[in-house]
Design a protein around this ligand. Structure first.
Ligand code: XMP
Length: 322
């Protein structure tokens, strides 16, 4: 019968059978729950014959790199290689404003960074297997030219070149998201990873309306951290599916702070409730919580002098602004 412990035992056996007694595998970690649980299962099966690769594209939220490098490694003992690619991504994204152009660049650079690390490992140690956190709904959805398949494309490292051949290991292929979380908990993964709300692969880049640069990223990262902290403190993590914080970097408005006039940027709070992200409703966050978020963001983020709330459902609005 279905218990997380049974799933773990069965899956670990299946992975051992597939990879064999001497095979080696690599797995890309995104900071999200799927890749983390897939990696942890493979780690249980083959130990240090698995190497994980984490591409830090510099578009992550506050604390996320540490959650992978410190907490995930502490929980699993996994062998981890971090690729520090923030500079490359920033350079390639310079002056790019169009959302799809941003996605294309990030997808391309992500594959390039991952491929570089994979090639080094494959040549050094003879890696034959690539682990992917493909879920049952991904399996069902893929094959069509649907938005979903497209959205997932760079996450799943589908675009590896032909001369870099791996057999795929997909230990989550028959599981739904909530089952993956249950398995992650069973494996002792950190709560920050197991319970993480959805976060897009292109990260904060598609939450800056306008061009991406280091200062804007720092501002948005701080504002996002404050919003997440206050929403969690208010006990809203389960009510809210996700809450993008969006920096309107090309908009300025006049404000007043202390004795001075300011000419800063607005951020938008976009709290939504949803079952599957296909449709969503804006979440009625209590006024006191909104007030705390607004006060803290305008006090703690020098560039931001206005906090606004998005009250649009999906449809007609998407969850993200880009
Ligand atoms: P939208 O904005 O289309 O978002 O309503 C639906 C869900 O998908 C996430 N999202 C993405 N995830 N790469 C991803 O991995 C992307 O380019 C991307 N765009 C949107 C979004 O956060 C929401 O959960």
């Amino acid at each position: 019968d279905w218990t997380p412990a049974n799933i773990v035992a069965e899956t670990v056996d299946a992975i051992r059978a597939q990879i064999g007694p001497t095979g080696r595998a690599i797995c890309g970690l995104s900071g999200g729950v799927d890749s983390a649980v897939a990696a942890a299962l493979v780690q249980q099966a083959i130990g240090d014959r698995l190497t994980c690769v984490f591409v830090d594209h510099g578009l992550l939220r506050e604390g996320e790199r540490g959650q992978v490098e410190r907490d995930f490694v502490a929980a699993t003992g996994v062998d981890l290689v971090t690729v520090d690619a923030a500079e490359v991504f920033l350079r390639e994204l310079a002056d790019v404003v169009d959302p799809e152009e941003k996605r294309k660049i990030i997808g391309r650079e992500f594959i390039r960074s991952f491929e570089g690390a994979a090639r080094d490992l494959a040549e050094g140690a003879g890696v034959d297997f690539l682990v992917q956190g493909t879920l049952y709904p991904d399996v069902v959805e893929s094959g069509g030219g649907s938005g979903a398949a497209n959205i997932k494309s760079h996450h799943n490292v589908g675009g590896l070149p032909d001369d870099l051949q791996f057999a795929l290991v997909e230990p989550l292929r028959s599981l739904f998201k909530d089952e993956v979380r249950a398995v992650g908990t069973e494996l002792g993964l950190p709560e920050t990873i197991v319970a993480r709300q959805p976060f897009p692969g292109p990260g904060l880049a598609i939450r800056i309306i306008g061009a991406v640069d280091a200062d804007r990223l720092a501002t948005l990262r701080r504002a996002d951290a404050i919003a997440r902290e206050e929403l969690s403190a208010a006990g809203l993590d389960r009510t809210i599916w996700q809450c993008p914080v969006v920096l309107l970097a090309d908009v300025r408005s006049v404000g007043v702070q202390g004795d001075g006039r300011t000419y800063g940027h607005p951020v938008v709070l976009r709290p939504v409730s949803s079952e599957d992200a296909m449709t969503a409703d804006w979440t009625r966050v209590p006024y006191e919580t909104l007030e705390r978020i607004s006060t803290r963001i305008t006090n703690e983020c020098a560039e931001i002098n206005r906090v606004v709330l998005d009250v649009t459902s999906k449809p007609p609005g998407t969850i993200e602004w880009e």
